[in-house]
Design a protein around this ligand. Sequence first.
Ligand code: ADP
Length: 291
Amino acid sequence: TVLVAGSANLDFVVRVPHIPAPGETVLGSNFLTFPGGKGANQAVACARAGGVPTRMLLALGADDFAAPLEQSLRQAGVDARVVRIADAATGVAFICLAADAENAITVAPGANARLQADDLPDLSDTSHLLMQLESPLEAVTGWALVARNAGVRTVLNAAPARSLPAELLAAIDVLVVNEGELAVISGESGPIATAVERLGKANVVVTLGAHGSCAHIDGEWLVQSAFAVDAVDTTGAGDTFCGALVAALAQGHGFAVALRRASAAASLACTRMGAQAGVPQAVEVEELLAN
Ligand code: ADP
């Protein structure tokens, strides 16, 4: 089983001609709501990849925004373990989606900020724990340490970017970052190879947007191109990548196969609106990989 511990947000999305500059007002489309949040997106992506049961630890408020988030997880087949926070709002994200598929996102974490280290469920049937940084750093660090001690493989998608306590970094088996996150965590904004080297971790995966991804695994570099698609909404592409990657690793695949599957799933996710709504089914990924 894969356990995803992290955030769930209801995304409020408006399409705009361009992302507003500070002080600017931009007239957009009607707004749409979609289930989102890095944790829940990654759980949905892991479950839809198939082949491995997926559980998720998340926190929700006692308001109307919680139900669609629970429903999306249920529909994807994620076994959700919800910590209900009576005096907090469910997490929400305000997303401006530009015509060129670029986005700008503001998150109000609400209940997500109240997850704690001791909320982690029993790990006896868990092979991999997947985390992000939309949860309190103390909680993420606590989860990683407990999982490490229990022999569970720990995977951290270090997003949104922030510098990591050494204790947390040391407890991570696989780090997944984009270029910006890599620069923040390593303190090196130069070449990717230099930044990865500075981290001194055995397994680092770097996503490169439309350029694909690369990984430094036990001293060897792997390179995976993206699949060419007409991108309409890249929200959740990185999350889809992480969920599909861990699903493949938990099925016993090596990093080369896992990167390829993650890349195909993430590219397909760019062709559809919505973070969780955009996560492809396993058959669609198979089809893309077969071509
Ligand atoms: P994040 O959104 O976390 O910054 P990236 O932008 O690096 O993550 O995207 C994650 C993955 O999604 C990439 O490695 C790639 O596989 C896929 N992807 C992102 N943008 C595109 C695109 N325009 N076309 C095809 N695939 C894409």
